[in-house]
Write a protein that binds this ligand. Structure first.
Ligand SMILES: [Zn+2]
Length: 358
């Protein structure tokens, strides 16, 4: 925290990346084993720790369709977190209804922290989220209070989410992308009211969904600010970075993506993809950010994630992390996100036609 390099890089001007205090990114898809380049990206974006999600369906090194390559994807994030325990937190992918809960329990005992569930995504939705076939897995996750990051399309599957959380009220869930409700904050408010213990990550997403979601958040900035101010303990910073593309060439884009998602919370202006009017093309444009002040800022950037991840962090954290010091980081150049960095169209990790598992 007192690192002069960090202090010098602090600031609230548009585009500044590094600011004081700890940052934990709860939503990073680590694919293709790009661990080293991811760590460099996190260093440059000022992120201390990241939850790395096993992502079999987006990993070019895994040929099995849908979730079926989950064991290999899990091995990737487990190895990464084991190698860099003070930086990376491993979340398993599971094939709900197929994966044996005993395997998950084993992986949790071996150091996995949480589970990412993708089956609330339309393209990976094999059966209702609350299907009885899934109950043994949810019983395990509930019993052990395992942190769960859940992707769910709440336009299509909200009733399933409602039934799932009613049946397993002890699940420790963060619902990704503001529970798929960035374009409908009234729906988000209603979900928050219906499920008082449900948490939300603030990741914007990619592609058209990211751009339209952010445009709506900007248009309803006062509303989302009021929702965060009313329940600041329920929102967690996530970037939804996917380490796709060639490493290290893609690093500038990754950094710009992480930075934009963080700047949405912390800055008054930042740049991100915007859908052009009457056009299918997207361009990099200015957006108005939420410019959260303390104490909200540190709650969303780190405190809430610390509480959610709980015991996963403490045994490995060491003194540096518990004081929020960046001494465990590598060198941190001051950096400004520029248009140049967001130069190629964003990937559509959750929105392209994913192979439908059968
Ligand atoms: Zn994601």
């Amino acid at each position: 925290m007192d690192d002069p390099a960090v202090s010098a890089a602090s600031g609230t001007s548009a585009g500044s990346v590094v600011s004081g205090g700890e940052t934990i990114d709860v939503h990073v898809h680590l694919t293709a084993g790009h661990t080293e380049t991811l760590l460099e990206t996190l260093d440059e974006a000022g992120v201390d720790r990241a939850v790395v999600l096993a992502t079999p369906h987006l990993d070019p090194t895994i040929s099995e369709p849908g979730m079926s390559g989950y064991r290999r994807a899990n091995a990737t994030v487990m190895a990464a977190a084991a190698a860099f325990p003070e930086r990376l937190v491993a979340f398993l992918a599971v094939d709900l209804g197929v994966t044996d809960p005993a395997y998950v329990a084993e992986q949790l005992d071996a150091g996995a922290c949480g589970v990412k569930l993708y089956q609330g995504h339309r393209a990976l939705h094999e059966r209702p989220l609350d299907d009885p076939l899934h109950h043994p897995m949810f019983r395990l996750l509930e019993r052990r209070r395992v942190p769960v990051l859940l992707h769910v399309n709440t336009v299509r599957f909200r009733d399933e989410l409602d039934r799932l959380l009613a049946r397993f009220p002890g699940l420790n869930v963060v619902c990704a992308h503001m529970c798929g409700s960035r374009t409908d904050l009234d729906r988000l408010a209603s979900i928050m009211a219906d499920h008082p213990t449900l948490l939300f990550d603030t990741s914007l997403g990619s592609g058209v969904h990211g751009a339209t979601g952010l445009a709506n958040l900007e248009a309803h900035r006062d509303q989302i600010l009021a929702m965060i101010a009313r329940a600041p303990e329920r929102f967690l910073f996530g970037s939804d970075l996917v380490t796709s593309g060639r490493a290290p060439e893609a690093k500038d884009e990754w950094r710009a993506h992480v930075t934009a998602n963080r700047s949405f919370l912390t800055e008054s202006r930042f740049r991100f993809w915007r859908q052009g009017a009457g056009s299918i093309g997207m361009t990099i444009e200015d957006y108005r950010g939420l410019a959260l002040d303390e104490p909200l800022r540190s709650r969303l950037l780190a405190t809430n994630a610390r509480r959610w991840l709980g015991a996963c962090l403490s045994p490995r954290a060491g003194a540096a992390a518990t004081t929020g010091s960046r001494s465990h980081r590598r060198g941190l150049p001051t950096h400004r996100a520029t248009t140049r960095e967001l130069r190629s169209p964003p990937p559509h990790p959750h929105h392209v036609a994913l192979p439908r598992p059968r």
